[in-house]
Design a protein around this ligand. Structure first.
Ligand code: MG
Length: 266
């Protein structure tokens, strides 16, 4: 199952997505937000529409989270490339909702940064309120699905500030989408690929996570309540690097699709 959020006749809707005549298309409008589905999206009331090919739809961010929780260092090779030690437990930080950007939206490089990097990531969409999980509790019921996220980062400010809030939080620094998909298994391995102007820069797989997803979710929920629709960015593989105005970034998560965003100078 896949769903998206899109604009039609000036209004935002959620839509179910499936191949129609060989093209991924929106074929039903959901009458209840998927975040309120308690996991059963296909059981939600919906109405049929003339199929709209995904490429022709005006896509919006597929979720409206209460917060975006990110894991800082979750791939060994990426930790090495930035010259850090493998952390003993997941490093968490937040991105503000004001940084959210939809598929196709333009990322703005702020004037005060000389180096803005892409970070392609698999992103979890929370499906059920989650707080203080038991040690042996299965996390699957809390996952609604997965999407692509680009954890855009002002690398120079991250180093200069000694903490990450400003570097990670500029408006447009959190592209998400294009759809939310289920049926992925990050525990056995999901490919995460980032391209800039069509050239492959990151080629990772979630089987190389330092911290498996159940540990990450349990670790976050030990601290804060996760609500339906909240996002968890699971960390980026090695190969991060800068972009400049005119570049086009693409993050592909196997089983989800491709999130494409051009870059301009502010
Ligand atoms: Mg990241």
């Amino acid at each position: 199952m896949k769903y998206c959020r899109f604009q039609l006749n000036g209004e935002a809707h959620y839509g179910l997505v499936a191949p129609v005549a060989g093209r991924e298309s929106i074929f039903r409008i959901l009458l209840t937000p998927p975040e309120e589905s308690d996991g059963d999206i296909e059981g939600l009331r919906s109405r049929r529409i003339d199929p709209i090919p995904l490429e022709e739809a005006h896509l919006l961010t597929p979720v409206r989270p209460s917060k975006i929780v990110c894991v800082g260092r979750n791939y060994r090779e990426h930790v090495k490339e930035l010259g850090h030690e493998v952390p003993p437990e997941p490093t968490l930080f937040l991105k503000p909702n004001s940084a959210l950007l939809g598929p196709g939206g333009t990322v703005r490089r702020p004037k005060i940064s000389q180096r803005v990097d892409y970070e392609g990531e698999l992103c979890v969409v929370v499906g059920k309120t989650c707080y203080h999980l038991a040690e042996d509790e299965d996390v699957h019921p809390y996952i609604l699905g997965y999407t692509c996220l680009n954890d855009v980062t002002a690398r120079d400010l991250q180093i200069k500030d000694g903490q990450w809030t400003r570097a990670k939080s500029f408006d447009t620094f959190c592209p998400v989408g294009p759809v939310v998909a289920d049926g992925l298994d990050p525990w056995t391995g999901v490919g995460v690929e980032t391209r800039v102007n069509g050239e492959v820069r990151q080629l990772g797989n979630t089987r190389d996570f330092i911290f498996p997803l159940d540990l990450v979710i349990r670790h976050i929920a030990q601290c804060m309540t996760l609500f339906p629709g909240d996002l968890i960015a699971t960390g980026t593989p090695e190969g991060v690097g800068p972009v400049v105005a005119g570049d086009v970034m693409e993050v592909t998560v196997e089983g989800v699709g491709t999130l494409r965003n051009p870059v301009v100078d502010e």
